[in-house]
Design a protein. Structure first.
Length: 94
């Protein structure tokens, strides 16, 4: 027998998915900002040496990793919180 969610629970699921979508878009904007900033601030010369390009790319890589690390950490904590809330709701039925 397959159980269905109540209308309220279905709305909560949809709200959670919408929140996730909004957060993904926010972090994509953050990455866009990091790359645009690198282009606008660091790319001022017409010609660059290999070492200069490597330095620019290394800095960009580090900033992108920081943004992604923060997003993954937030997503993990959000998932853990949702799991904890689900488990707390199940406790009275044990």
């Amino acid at each position: 027998m397959e159980k269905e969610l109540s209308e309220n629970h279905e709305l909560q699921v949809q709200s959670f998915l919408s929140f996730g979508k909004m957060k993904r878009k926010q972090h994509i904007r953050e990455l866009d900002y990091v790359f645009n900033e690198a282009k606008d601030i660091q790319l001022t010369e017409a010609v660059y040496t290999k070492d200069e390009v490597k330095e620019i790319l290394d800095g960009l890589t580090m900033e992108a990793k920081d943004v992604l690390d923060k997003e993954i950490e937030n997503a993990t904590h959000t998932g853990a919180l949702m799991l904890k809330l689900l488990m707390l709701q199940v406790l009275p039925w044990r």
